[in-house]
Design a protein around this ligand. Structure first.
Ligand SMILES: *Cc1c(COP(=O)(O)O)cnc(C)c1O
Length: 417
């Protein structure tokens, strides 16, 4: 379910023709649907109704403050991986006490700020990090609430760059070591153990690995209980997949139902950190065809968005659906590679798509709301795209297109000889 649909041959975002957005704000432009964002978030909270649970949106998937604000208004918690994300959450009206802090490389200043504003929990990924947090908290005379991120070593079938819960990954602490790390943590003066945590990967389309991970975490919780370490919450991370092509991920409701069944009424708060499943289908990227080009082997459509705007195809060979914003245009269907303007062979949006195209046409790259703008860069000195959020019949500019001056505002020439 999402709110980008054709009406009379034109693609709409909710009640706004996206052609109007392209006319007004130009291309490339990310367009988000408030309604879709809310729908996805509420699917989580509704499925969890009646259970002690916390849905902490993973900010890294899309950190625009308007996106965060829409979710904060619904009472969302947030999963952050840097102090920058923490400040965005606060700026957007999120509650510090609803924030969990993940990531393998938290720096001292980031821990300080998180303690100062009073976040809910640190997800600890190594003994060295635990020692650092103990030191920082003790210097500030605060107590840091923690979970330890376990690497449950479950096999997930996803792209190797986004599989995080196997032994060869840098994330978390292995099952073999985690019990002793908890024992150690329980002896630290400024550390308060409250949970266990894992995050096994992203774009997971099967429930099996989650259930395996949950089972292993429950066994750990039982062992800790025997040692006198009481666990209040179980954080299963994010990672639920979405449909880009023909994937068949479980619905959010099915996913939650199966987790709750395995939890079987245990007095534990369930924490989830969904990113992609909340915002992926709530966004599209509008891009214009600059040129058509044909050689002996191929038809190319050269568009005005590149890997600096949308990195997923280049980074993960990701497939995202591309549709014309007008689907009533007559012409010859050809098989196109849709490529960007950047000087890299990896700079493609899509390969081998059957489309009717003319120069000047506008295309919509779907499921672009997650890991789209968030991964944008200035490579090739290109300005980052504009972002627009549609709310029913209103289109709000939520980030201006960057200007050239903004690109080099922080650069400096060497002094004169
Ligand atoms: C990236 C990440 C998430 C979100 O993953 P999605 O696949 O976007 O749901 C959640 N938790 C942690 C620790 C992450 O690194």
């Amino acid at each position: 379910m999402h709110d980008f649909q054709y009406r009379n041959g034109v693609l709409y975002a909710e009640a706004v023709p996206v052609t109007d957005i392209a006319d007004q704000y130009g291309t490339p432009t990310y367009v988000y649907s408030r309604q879709t964002l809310e729908h996805n978030y509420l699917e989580y909270t509704q499925a969890l109704q009646g259970h002690d649970a916390r849905v902490c949106y993973a900010v890294k998937a899309n950190s625009n403050i308007a996106v965060l604000n829409v979710l904060a208004r619904l009472g969302a918690g947030f999963d952050i991986v840097s102090v920058g994300e923490l400040e965005r959450v606060l700026l957007a009206g999120g509650q510090a006490k609803q924030v969990v802090f993940s990531g393998v490389g938290k720096q001292t200043h980031e821990m300080q700020r998180a303690l100062e504003v009073g976040i809910h929990c640190f997800n600890i990924e190594s003994t060295a990090e635990l020692e650092r947090l103990q030191q920082v908290a003790s210097d500030m005379d605060r107590c840091a609430a923690i979970s330890i991120r376990v690497n449950p070593d479950v096999d997930v079938r996803t792209h190797p760059y986004i599989a995080t819960g196997m032994k060869e990954n840098k994330f978390g602490i292995s099952m073999a070591q985690v019990d002793s790390v908890y024992t150690h943590a329980s002896k630290l003066s400024h550390i308060n153990i409250i949970g266990v945590d894992c995050h096994i990967g992203s774009q997971l389309t099967e429930i099996g690995p989650y259930l395996d991970a949950l089972q292993r975490l429950l066994e750990l919780i039982d062992r800790l209980q025997d040692q006198g370490i009481a666990i209040r919450h179980l954080d299963l991370g994010g990672g639920l997949g979405v449909r880009y092509a023909d994937e068949t991920p479980p619905s959010i409701a099915d996913f939650i139902a199966q987790l709750l069944q395995l939890l079987n009424g245990r007095p534990l708060q369930l924490v989830l950190e969904p990113g992609r499943s909340i915002c992926a289908n709530a966004g599209i990227l509008l891009t214009r065809v600059e040129y058509l080009k044909t050689n002996e082997k191929k038809h190319f459509a050269i568009v005005d968005s590149g890997m600096n705007d949308l990195l997923r195809p280049a980074l993960y060979s990701a497939w995202q659906r591309i549709i014309p914003v007008r689907n009533d245009i007559a012409g010859i269907t050809r098989c196109y590679d849709i490529v960007g303007p950047i000087c890299e062979t990896g700079d493609f949006m899509a390969k081998q798509r059957q489309l009717v195209l003319n120069a000047g046409d506008i295309l919509a790259i779907q499921q672009a709301g997650a890991y789209g703008f968030a991964m944008a860069s200035n490579y090739n000195s290109r300005n980052r795209a504009a972002e627009v959020m549609v709310d029913d019949s209103q289109a709000h500019l939520v980030r201006q297109r960057e200007t050239l001056e903004q690109q080099w505002a922080h650069e400096q020439l060497l002094p004169h000889e």
